[in-house]
Design a protein around this ligand. Structure first.
Ligand code: SF4
Length: 117
């Protein structure tokens, strides 16, 4: 099976083609650097994305913005967002504070992306 991908590693956006056989990534073509090849292999077998979200704070107008500290498995992003919605942060919060460690036992943390007091 062949799959076409656009690399998101830099603005060049190389068009790549990946050959997948027996659940393994056999060949990557079209990339201009190793970063593209790594992305293609990860994207085909274990796609992941940074997750960003906003948490509503009671009696406040501005929400608190948060994100994962590493790319999160794409197929579980819905579950991730459900867990994020349950966070009730203790204010004040500083940028980079871990608000939810090891979300869904992935080893990935949810962190604040701004100061909030
Ligand atoms: S393969 Fe390399 S040069 Fe091409 S888009 Fe990806 S990061 Fe950029």
């Amino acid at each position: 099976m062949k799959k076409e991908l656009t690399c998101i590693g830099c603005p060049i956006g190389c068009q790549m083609e990946v050959t997948i056989e027996d659940g393994e990534c056999r060949e990557v073509s079209g990339h201009s650097c190793r970063r593209g090849e790594s992305y293609a292999r990860q994207e085909c077998l274990h796609p992941a994305r940074m997750v960003t979200a906003s948490i509503l704070i009671p009696d406040r107008i501005l929400p608190l913005s948060v994100r994962t500290d590493r790319p999160f498995p794409k197929e579980r992003i819905g579950e991730c967002l459900e867990e994020i919605r349950k966070i009730k942060p203790q204010l004040p919060v500083k940028v980079g504070d871990v608000l939810l460690p090891n979300i869904l036992e992935t080893g990935i943390n949810i962190i604040a992306t701004r100061n909030y007091s």
